[in-house]
Write a protein that binds this ligand. Structure first.
Ligand code: ATP
Ligand code: MG
Length: 498
């Protein structure tokens, strides 16, 4: 009891504080008699302080320590890679750690099971008096389950860090200032080809389905070229009526035709010194093709109705989602122009053939739209998987639009796979949607907000189908046209690409 007095007097504050620590602690004297236990110990061993204090630790532990194994205390337990592996610790012991300390006169650690079957490490440390004799043994018990939970958390953090680091590495190594995002082999190949071809003036033909990023590649070539401080002009061959195409391309002089009240530059002239993108080149009318070929070969042209030859210094990039070679074979595209344009072909594969790019693109677009709409949304693992499983007929453009909608709809910060499936389902207004108002995807486990969104989408869909315009639908739903238009776009009912 003297020892208890001594401990209480000298270490009162330390012992009181130790009651607030959730690590079980006990102290025995040099005879192995318990002189102190904290609250956490009482809770763990289901013994009141009065039942423990004054009793030999061996007696108390008899029932608790069915098996434990002593660890050579020179091994640093927590640095040991087999720290949770019982078989690793060879020296079997039937004594408590405190008793071992009294015998060995040195610090001892043991792995054992707590009464509630948790893996614990018991560490006992001798406290020596002035004569170098043990006066007390201080023991604390660390919960390895908690440690392993922390370890798991730490590992998660490390994983996240790794993902961030690899993203950073990717940005450093591949992306640099490139706007062409993707880490698939095809995109990496294109990215490394761009600076090589950019410095030449060779004609480039970019091939690929709609929305794969042909224009992005064309602009990358332009900005990597020495013409980057000169104009970049796009001529969309399919967007201009055939009758106007020639004057749009080459310009016209005053009086060249009815309505030509003053002369006007064409797009070739605007692009002079810079780069001209002949977009949708497959739509170039057959009768204009020889004229373009001549201009490109002679490097000069005349405005419609003009007589003056204008020297031309322009880098030509063409793009198409059509198979030009098939068109050449069927006589719809001139082979001489094809070979003139196709000096360096660059083929961009559809997004479904480069799934590795989906995550990077999705994260990039998420950042962009989070910023645009002042949100802070993230995609959970399953949502990313759902994005990767969709086959993206509209390619990157469709993905970009889908992410924009996912950012707009729903209040939750985490975008779920249900939302992804919902946004990527076929949603053409002319599809045969049933006319009832209960959406198919509604189920009992759906969060309320998502169910409400599904209903809202269905109601707007039905109204648009019935009333045809957003104005009429808004009137019928007692809403406003901008609201209906915005929601219809967000829910993907109305496709509004780019
Ligand atoms: N690799 C990419 N990295 C970043 N954004 C991309 C990428 N590919 C496409 N995009 C984006 O997707 C959208 C469509 O791309 P783009 O206009 O270049 O496609 P396209 O192949 O020219 O389509 P179309 O055949 O319809 O003209 C754009 O908003 C573009 O910024
Ligand atoms: Mg394009």
């Amino acid at each position: 009891m003297d020892n208890i007095q001594l401990l209480r007097c000298e270490d009162l504050s330390a012992c009181t504080i130790s009651d607030f620590i959730d690590t079980p602690i006990h102290i025995v004297d040099n005879k192995g008699i318990v002189v102190f236990v904290n609250h956490a110990w009482v809770n763990a061993y289901k013994l009141e302080k009065v039942e423990a204090i004054g009793k030999p630790i061996e007696e108390l532990m008899k029932n608790q320590l069915k098996y434990f194994m002593s660890i050579n205390n020179k091994n640093n337990l927590l640095n040991n890679k087999s720290e949770y592996d019982y078989t690793y610790y060879r020296n079997y012991s039937t004594k408590s750690a405190a008793t071992e300390v009294l015998q060995k006169k040195e610090k001892v650690s043991m792995v054992t099971l707590s009464p509630d079957q948790r893996n614990v490490v018991v560490t006992s440390t001798p406290i020596f008096d002035a004569n170098n004799e043990i006066s007390f043994v201080f023991t604390f018990i660390q919960d390895l389950t908690k440690t392993s939970e922390l370890k798991e958390k730490l590992e998660n953090e490390i994983q996240k860090n790794k993902a961030l680091l690899s993203k950073l590495k990717y940005y450093k190594e591949n992306k640099r200032d490139s706007k062409l995002i993707g880490d698939s082999k095809s995109i990496r190949d294109i990215r490394s080809l761009i600076p090589v071809v950019a410095i030449t003036d060779a004609s480039i033909l970019i091939l690929g389905d709609s929305g794969v990023g042909k224009e992005v590649v064309a602009k990358e070539i332009y900005s990597n070229s020495e013409r980057s401080d000169k104009p970049f002009v796009t001529l969309n061959c399919s967007a201009i009526p055939e009758s106007l195409l020639e004057s749009e391309m080459f310009g016209y002089e005053k009086g060249a035709f009815t309505g030509a009240v003053k002369s006007k530059e064409g797009l070739f002239e605007v692009a002079n010194g810079g780069t001209l993108l002949l977009d949708e080149i497959g739509s170039m009318p057959l009768q204009l093709q020889p004229k373009i070929l001549r201009v490109l070969q002679e490097n000069e042209f005349m405005r419609v109705g003009g007589t003056r030859k204008i020297p031309l210094d322009v880098r030509i990039i063409s793009a198409t989602n059509e198979n030009l070679l098939t068109m050449v074979k069927s006589g719809k595209f001139r082979s001489d122009l094809f070979y003139r344009l196709n000096v360096i072909p660059i083929k961009i594969p559809p997004l479904k053939d480069r799934i590795e790019d989906i995550k990077l693109l999705a994260v990039e677009f998420l950042d962009k739209y989070n910023e645009k709409y002042g949100k802070n949304k993230t995609l959970d693992e399953k949502a990313l998987l759902a994005l990767e499983h969709h086959n993206w007929p509209g390619n990157v453009r469709e993905l970009k639009n889908a992410i924009e909608r996912l950012v707009i709809i729903g209040d939750q910060n985490v975008i779920t796979s249900i939302q992804v499936q919902y946004i990527t389902q076929p949603n053409d207004i002319n599809n045969s949607f049933e006319n009832d108002v209960i959406p198919d995807e509604i189920n009992d486990e759906m969060p309320l907000k998502e169910a409400v969104n599904a209903f809202e989408r269905k109601i707007i869909y039905n109204a648009l189908k019935k009333y045809k315009t957003t104005y009429n639908a808004a009137e019928a739903l007692k809403s406003t046209q901008p609201t209906i238009a915005r929601k219809a776009k967000a829910y993907g009912i109305i496709k509004d690409w780019d």
